[in-house]
Structures are given as structure tokens and as C-alpha cells.
Design a protein around this ligand. Structure first.
Ligand SMILES: *Cc1c(COP(=O)(O)O)cnc(C)c1O
Length: 356
């Protein structure tokens, strides 16, 4: 009944949800620390909760499909036109639109990067080209251009390793790529990277002049709205109008639209979250130095730490109620830990101390 392509695919496993740990290990939900999906440990803005709770009586009515208010807020924030914006159910959905719009034969990405690029590309039977390095090495990307990729993914900063290229270097690379190759810049963690180092900052308005660049961003990480599923793509009108052809109507719920609009208006919450993130990140770095563990300098809200046996260690942590991401699936003997609150991190250090 199903296509050969589909039969060969495997199902994506997201980070273990809390409910699963409750069931499998009998640990109380309040004792579980989930640091596996790079969610904002401070939750979301209180204003978002207030405003969303005021409109729960609107569930029977379809949302505003033009998404006027959210696009208006985003276009103000990024100094772009509303015609340069498409909203997705998570930026994941925008990535999916892009893949289906191009129907690439070949896609190029870093060896270790966001898993969904490969999954979406395989849905349509594309060949996956990867550089050797786990980091974005633009010289390796240049070498691979001769293999004629139709889409190039740049994850800036890169999940799950946390590294990030400088915008200057990215822009030089862009200018060397054929205009018919779509370059997707995934900025899911841009808020963190640009806070830490302004050389990493990408201004979506700067990419509009290129015919072939799509920038994606999300409310799931710094804005703390992972559960609401809102992301966006920014590009020139030609790209956006074509992606729009693939968008199902009403792809964002009324409550999610409201949540993201209010979230954008509370920059203070986001800035505070990011500031705390890097204060707590320092503690992880110091912990690693103390314990002689190698780690990757991170421009995001997680840190990747090399360990002796990442599968064993993440299982042991899980039994103690701490959920982290094991990177063995990426052929890296490392764990990725989302930076939690001070209290959560205290607990992680306390338990990790005995294990490494
Ligand atoms: C989390 C994440 C996304 C997408 O998140 P959505 O919740 O779908 O917006 C995209 N890219 C990277 C690298 C991510 O880590």
C-alpha cells in the first residue's frame, strides 16, 4: 500500500516526555528534570499566560488565517514586510514547506546537525550529502558544491553541538553559491547567539536581497512556547509566495497566535531568560573543567559534553529523573544538556558528580 520510500523510513523519536519517565521508572512528575529538548526552563512570559487565558472562549471559531497581527509584530521586530513572512506550526513546518517546494534531488548539511533536515529530505527521496566535520566547516561546504546540492542547510547556532559561524563568513559563502540553490538558515537559537556575540547575529532583513535564502526562526526556544507550536520563515516575496502554496489553511491555532504576539511584546522576559542561561552555562563549563570533561563552547541554551559512555550515563541519569539527550545516535560519545534553572542545575551537578 505504501511507497518504497516510506517503507524505508524510520519514525522520529523526540526527547523522552516526562510522562514516559513517570511510567517507566515510577518517579513523581515533580521530581523529574527535563533538560532534553532545549525548552526555556523559566517557562514563558506571565503576560502570555494572562492574555491567552482571556481568550479560551474563542475555541469554536477558526483563527485569523491571514495572521495579520503576528505578521505585523514580526515585521516590526525584523524591519521586513509582511509579504516576507510565513508562519508555520513550529519552524519545523516551514522547513517542511521548503523541502516540498524545491523537491531537491540532493541536500547538503553538516555531519552533525538538526535531525529533521535529513528526515524531511528523505520523505521525498532526496540524497543526503554531509560534510565530514561535526561543525559547520564552510570550506568543506564549498568542496561539496560540485556535487550539485539543491538545498543547503546552515543551522546557526547548530543543534546539537552549539557552535555558530560568524555572519561575515556565512555571507561570503552565500555569494559563492549558485542562485538556484536554496540556502536555509535555521536561526532557532539566534536570540542566544546574538546575545553572546554580535558577530553571530543574523539580521533577517539582510538576507532579503539574496534570491535564494530562507531564514527560519521559532517561538519554541528563547520565547518558551514549545507547546504552542509557532515558527516563521523570512525571505523575499518570491520564496514566501511559493511556500504559501503548500500551507494548509488555519495552520496556527487562535491561542498560539495570541501567545506568540504577546511573547514578542515582552522582550524583558526573553532577555532575562537569555542572561540567566549564560550565567548558568558558565557553571557547566566550570564543572567540566573541574572534572576534566571536554565540552563544546555553546552559543545556545544547551551544552554538549563528551563522556566515557553517553548511553550508560544518560540511562543512569534517567533513573534519577534527569532527562538529557544522548548523542550516540549522532555517533558522538556525548550528552547534550539543556541549561536549566539554578535549582535544576544544582541537582544535575550533585548527581553527575557521582557518575563521572
Ligand atoms: C527546536 C528546533 C527547531 C524547530 O522548532 P519548532 O518547535 O518546530 O519551531 C528548528 N531547528 C532547530 C535547530 C531546533 O533546535
Amino acid at each position: 500500500m505504501f511507497s518504497q520510500k516510506l517503507e524505508k523510513l524510520t519514525t522520529y523519536e523526540a526527547g523522552k516526555p516526562i510522562e514516559l519517565v513517570v511510567r517507566e521508572y515510577g518517579i513523581k512528575p515533580k521530581d523529574i528534570i527535563k533538560l532534553a529538548s532545549n525548552e526555556n526552563p523559566y517557562g514563558c512570559s506571565k503576560k502570555v499566560q494572562e492574555e491567552v487565558s482571556k481568550i479560551v472562549d474563542q475555541m469554536s471559531v477558526y483563527p485569523d488565517d491571514s495572521m495579520y497581527e503576528l505578521k505585523e509584530a514580526l515585521s516590526k521586530k525584523f524591519s521586513v514586510n509582511d509579504k516576507n513572512i510565513i508562519i508555520g506550526a513550529g519552524s519545523d513546518q516551514v522547513l517542511e514547506f521548503a523541502i516540498h517546494a524545491v523537491e531537491p534531488k540532493k541536500v547538503l548539511m553538516a555531519n552533525t546537525t538538526f535531525a529533521m533536515y535529513e528526515i524531511y529530505a528523505k520523505h521525498i527521496g532526496a540524497e543526503i550529502l554531509k560534510t565530514e566535520s561535526n561543525f559547520h566547516n564552510l570550506d568543506e561546504f564549498r568542496e561539496k558544491l560540485s556535487d550539485n546540492p539543491d538545498i543547503i542547510f546552515l543551522c546557526l547556532p547548530n543543534n546539537p553541538v552549539g557552535e555558530c559561524l560568524d555572519w561575515n563568513d556565512v555571507e561570503k559563502f552565500i555569494q559563492e553559491v549558485d542562485e538556484n540553490v536554496l540556502i536555509i538558515i535555521d536561526g532557532a537559537y539566534q536570540e542566544y547567539a546574538s546575545f553572546k556575540n554580535s558577530n553571530k547575529k543574523i539580521e533577517p532583513k539582510d538576507i532579503l536581497k539574496y534570491k535564494n535564502i530562507l531564514y527560519t526562526g521559532t517561538f519554541s526556544k528563547a520565547y518558551g512556547l514549545g507547546g504552542m507550536r509557532v515558527g516563521y520563515g523570512i525571505a523575499n516575496e518570491y520564496i514566501i509566495s511559493n511556500l504559501y502554496k503548500l500551507r494548509p489553511p488555519f495552520n496556527i491555532t487562535t491561542l498560539s497566535l495570541k501567545a506568540s504576539i504577546v511573547a514578542l511584546s515582552d522582550e524583558e522576559f526573553v532577555n532575562e531568560s537569555i542572561k540567566n542561561n549564560f550565567i548558568e552555562m558558565k557553571r557547566y563549563e566550570e564543572f567540566c573543567k573541574e572534572k576534566n570533561l571536554k565540552y563544546i563552547e555553546s552559543y545556545t541554551n544547551f551544552i554538549t559534553i563528551f563522556v566515557e559512555d553517553s548511553t550508560k550515563l544518560s540511562d543512569k541519569l534517567l533513573k534519577k529523573g534527569i532527562i538529557v539527550r544522548n548523542l550516540a545516535g549522532y555517533k558522538m560519545n556525548a550528552i547534550r544538556i539543556t541549561i536549566g534553572t539554578t535549582k535544576q542545575n544544582d541537582k544535575v551537578f550533585e548527581i553527575l558528580k557521582e557518575m563521572v
